[in-house]
Write a protein that binds this ligand. Structure first.
Ligand code: SF4
Ligand code: SF4
Length: 101
């Protein structure tokens, strides 16, 4: 049987990436959802697989891809600028303080 693949693209100013997700292989462990500090991943309760719902938030840390033991997730970089670490930690602090941005 041919594997089903879901393709999600993010074409932002900072980076453009493509997630290729073998949804058939997703076992539902939800590691990707727990691991992603940017809350990119969501669980689709109806279809029973995880998918990147907010790809624009991705900071390309590759944790989701590395943690998925079923090799569901393949992140392909179309183009990327280096994330500014100071800006990134400021964003995280805002998040902890309950602010957006
Ligand atoms: S880590 Fe992989 S197998 Fe687990 S929920 Fe995420 S995509 Fe599915
Ligand atoms: S690469 Fe990092 S930020 Fe992007 S979706 Fe995966 S865990 Fe989240």
């Amino acid at each position: 049987m041919e594997e089903k693949r879901m393709i999600v693209e993010n074409r932002g100013q900072q980076q453009s990436i493509r997630y290729v997700i073998d949804t058939d292989r997703c076992c539902g462990c939800k590691k990707c959802i727990r691991r992603c500090m940017e809350n990119v991943w969501q669980w689709d309760e109806e279809k029973k697989y995880a998918y990147p719902k907010y790809p624009d938030e991705c900071v390309l840390c590759y944790q989701c891809e590395m943690d998925c033991l079923n090799n569901v997730i393949d992140i392909q970089v179309i183009s990327a600028l280096q994330v500014d670490p100071l800006e990134y930690s400021a964003g995280l602090m805002n998040k902890q303080n309950g602010q957006e941005g």
